[in-house]
Design a protein around this ligand. Structure first.
Ligand SMILES: *Cc1c(COP(=O)(O)O)cnc(C)c1O
Ligand code: SF4
Length: 340
């Protein structure tokens, strides 16, 4: 007899975990499969020593073969520019490395962020956590108990955010445990999951995950991290439809990245594509100034001009808020759109 036990759950988890195990870790292999000549990229590929390359095959499948400037490839391929030292770019740009306890960040009054898992299914070269000491932030049973106690003691907290790494790196049975663990807190109203996993590994949207979120005792919000319309692949869009049907509110945050999405046409196509997939644009983030990512920075004036064009071309509800994260501020900082 087949029951809904941990074996069947693990069986489903195994599909995306296998895909993750098969992800590209070698730039030469990725470039070769994309019909590009690794020799043309020279020593730049050695930037993988600064931050390993990790690219699931499902994400690579959305890249254009033969295009060295492909906007998805640029997000994940190690390049020589990462060795450049730039003023104002450091290892911990948003002062994140201390919280009330390991794995828990409480910067904003009403919401607390739990760093559920250490690691991601993709290594984005612009990642603000590329230098983050994940090893110090493993969240196990003891940390969950501590986090529960912390949230229980502060009734101003009404939203639990799961982040990481990527929180969906956790298996469905672990997520189920977490939901059960926190479901007795009366002041928690929302569960919010920040994730890029469905984008790079759409098989992660398992039936178990969908029903787990449907049955959770709170409103559930999923904030996807999609930077470019080409990331909206059919398998992802189908998965998003299942999440939406389960009652999950779908939002997107993107990072404004030079050479990836710093054109109005791209941002408009992203907003339109997101809406078609049932997702509302939420934030457009200015780059966090993390060492090794300076070549991705778009300056504020250019960002303002791109916002002005989106405001003209999109309905207001499809225009994301342009924000920057500034250490020590009580919230993300909205960027004034008026040119000074
Ligand atoms: C970004 C962030 C949040 C969420 O902020 P919103 O503006 O509500 O999206 C919460 N906690 C931390 C630590 C954050 O960095
Ligand atoms: S998905 Fe997010 S946390 Fe993970 S590597 Fe990319 S930017 Fe960093």
């Amino acid at each position: 007899m087949i029951t809904r036990n941990s074996h069947s759950v693990q069986g489903v988890d195994r599909a995306w975990q296998r895909e993750l195990a098969e992800a590209y870790r070698s730039p030469v292999e990725l470039l070769t499969d994309l019909q590009l000549d690794p020799a043309e990229f020279g020593q730049g590929l050695e930037a993988r020593r600064l931050f390993p390359m990790l690219v699931p095959k499902a994400f690579a499948a959305a890249m254009r073969p033969g295009d060295a400037q492909d906007p998805l490839l640029r997000q994940v391929l190690p390049v020589g520019d990462e060795f450049l030292v730039a003023d104002g770019f450091g290892p911990d740009p948003i002062g994140e490395q201390d919280g009330p306890m390991p794995g828990l960040l409480h910067k904003y009054q009403s919401r607390v962020l739990l760093m559920l898992r250490t690691g991601c299914a993709v290594n984005c070269r612009y990642c603000f956590r590329r230098h983050f000491p994940y090893a110090d932030h493993k969240v196990g049973a003891a940390e969950l108990a501590q986090a529960h106690e912390y949230i229980a003691s502060d009734t101003r907290i009404n939203e639990l955010l799961l982040s990481g790494g990527d929180p969906l790196m956790a298996r469905d049975d672990h997520l189920a445990e977490l939901v059960a663990r926190f479901s007795d807190l009366p002041h928690l109203k929302r569960l919010r999951i920040h994730t890029r996993l469905p984008v790079v590994l759409p098989s992660r949207i398992t039936d178990q995950l969908v029903s787990l979120l449907a049955d959770a005792p709170w409103r559930v919000v999923m904030v996807l991290h999609i930077n470019h319309p080409n990331e909206l692949q059919p398998e992802l869009v189908a998965g998003l439809a299942r999440l939406k049907a389960a009652g999950v509110t779908l939002l997107n945050q993107a990072v404004l990245l030079k050479g990836v999405n710093d054109h109005a046409d791209t941002l408009v196509a992203l907003a339109e594509g997101l809406f078609d997939a049932g997702v509302l644009p939420y934030y457009l983030h200015l780059l966090d100034r993390v060492a090794g990512a300076a070549h991705f920075e778009v300056d504020e004036d250019r960002a303002r001009a791109l916002m002005a064009e989106q405001l003209q071309r999109l309905p207001g509800f499809l225009v994301p808020r342009l924000v920057r994260e500034i250490a020590g501020e009580a919230s993300k900082t909205p960027i004034d759109l008026k040119l000074v």
